[in-house]
Write a protein that binds this ligand. Structure first.
Ligand code: ATP
Ligand code: MG
Length: 345
């Protein structure tokens, strides 16, 4: 069976949204609106897999929503909502916890990184994070998922879960008239020059909300002065920028800054080196500051403006949640029938 193309993705309300979230995810969300039906979720159930202060969580749920709006996602043509308002996500995740195998979850590198050395003390939620992510996507039977490179492994797991569900329940799926497969195998969309933006302090570490150093990332709400300072202080090496993009491979910091420039300007790294190759970092960094301020300044300002009107943001989320729920409930009802649960409505 051919599935209707549908886009789903989520961002956690876990702190400062940064340039990596923008270039790896949200910028792509915006671009896909013209070609696809899109559902974008503030994944608050995922956020609490590590401790979140409740007042701060409320604020960041609204801040991620404000970022979606400020970047240009249209909440009327598409759907913006927060995950906890649609309980089908948690419900379907339970079924998937019974489909996924322990061996699959044991391979997940994000759990290993986030749990750190004290694995015994990590939440059970952090361990089953990928099954909830599979449920987020598949509750809408979404086919395409724009994400950063770090989420590739979780997407593979979502495909494995969809495939195993389709196989395990194949007879029921056919008997209920869904053809050979109930769930699509969702494809990751990971493209362009900035699918893994690295820390400005360490070119081997992902830029992340949870990095204790604010100097490691450019936040979407940073003002021009902060952006300028962070780019100027960004770690580099002593050599001029290369002419040949192949020479970036052994120079992670240079590669990162060139990738950021390329993604912000809608160009390739090759093209950017055509302009700046052979030159000093100081010249390139000045141009990068100007570009970043031009592109991010209006987004940060609009986020701050939107954050002053909580009622508007909450209304956007409630409206999106109501429309998302209709779709998710339809999927969940079918899943109940396929699995063999008895239901009254
Ligand atoms: P946390 O540290 O809490 O996991 P995060 O910065 O990884 O926060 P998420 O909410 O987990 O943010 O991810 C939202 C989206 O941003 C995902 O699609 C993820 O792949 C993408 N993303 C996160 N960090 C980067 C990065 N450094 N470069 C590119 N994409 C990124
Ligand atoms: Mg993350």
């Amino acid at each position: 069976m051919a599935f209707k193309e549908k886009v789903f993705s989520g961002v956690q309300p876990t702190g400062n949204l940064h340039l990596g979230n923008y270039l790896g995810a949200i910028k792509k969300f915006v671009e896909l609106q013209d070609s696809h039906e899109c559902i974008y979720c503030v994944v608050d159930l995922h956020a609490i897999t590590v401790w979140q202060d409740p007042a701060e969580l409320r604020r960041t749920i609204r801040e991620v929503t404000a970022a979606f709006l400020a970047c240009g996602i249209d909440p009327k043509r598409h759907i913006i909502f927060n995950q906890s308002q649609v309980s089908e996500h948690a419900e379907l995740a339970w079924v998937f916890n019974c489909v996924a195998r322990l061996g699959w979850l044991n391979r997940m590198t994000q759990f290993k990184e986030k749990a750190g050395k004290d694995r015994e003390n990590a939440s059970a939620g952090l361990y089953v994070y990928p099954t909830l992510m599979a449920a987020d996507i598949l509750a809408y039977r979404a086919t395409h998922v724009p994400v950063g490179e770090d989420q590739k492994q979780h997407l593979e797991l979502a495909r494995d879960i969809a495939q195993k569900f389709n196989n395990d329940f194949g007879d029921e799926i056919r008997a209920q008239g869904f053809g050979d497969a109930f769930f699509p195998l969702p494809a990751p969309l990971i493209q362009g020059p900035a699918t893994r933006v690295m820390s400005l302090r360490d070119g081997t570490k992902k830029m992340s909300k949870s990095d204790p150093s604010d100097q490691s990332r450019i936040n979407l709400t940073d003002d021009a002065d902060a952006i300028a300072l962070k780019v100027r202080r960004a770690k580099t090496d002593p050599h001029p920028l290369p002419d040949d993009p192949k020479d970036l491979a052994a120079r992670p910091e240079a590669d990162n800054l060139v990738g950021i420039y390329a993604a912000l300007d809608g160009r390739t790294k090759d093209d950017v080196l055509g302009t700046f190759g052979g030159g000093q970092f100081s010249t390139f960094k000045s141009a990068l500051v100007d570009l970043a301020v031009t592109k991010l300044g209006p987004i940060g300002a609009e986020m701050k403006r939107l954050m002053q009107d909580e009622a508007h943001i909450d209304a956007v989320l409630a409206d999106g949640a109501a429309r998302a729920r209709t779709q998710a409930r339809e999927t969940m009802n079918a899943v109940k029938d396929i699995v063999g649960f008895v239901r009254g409505e």
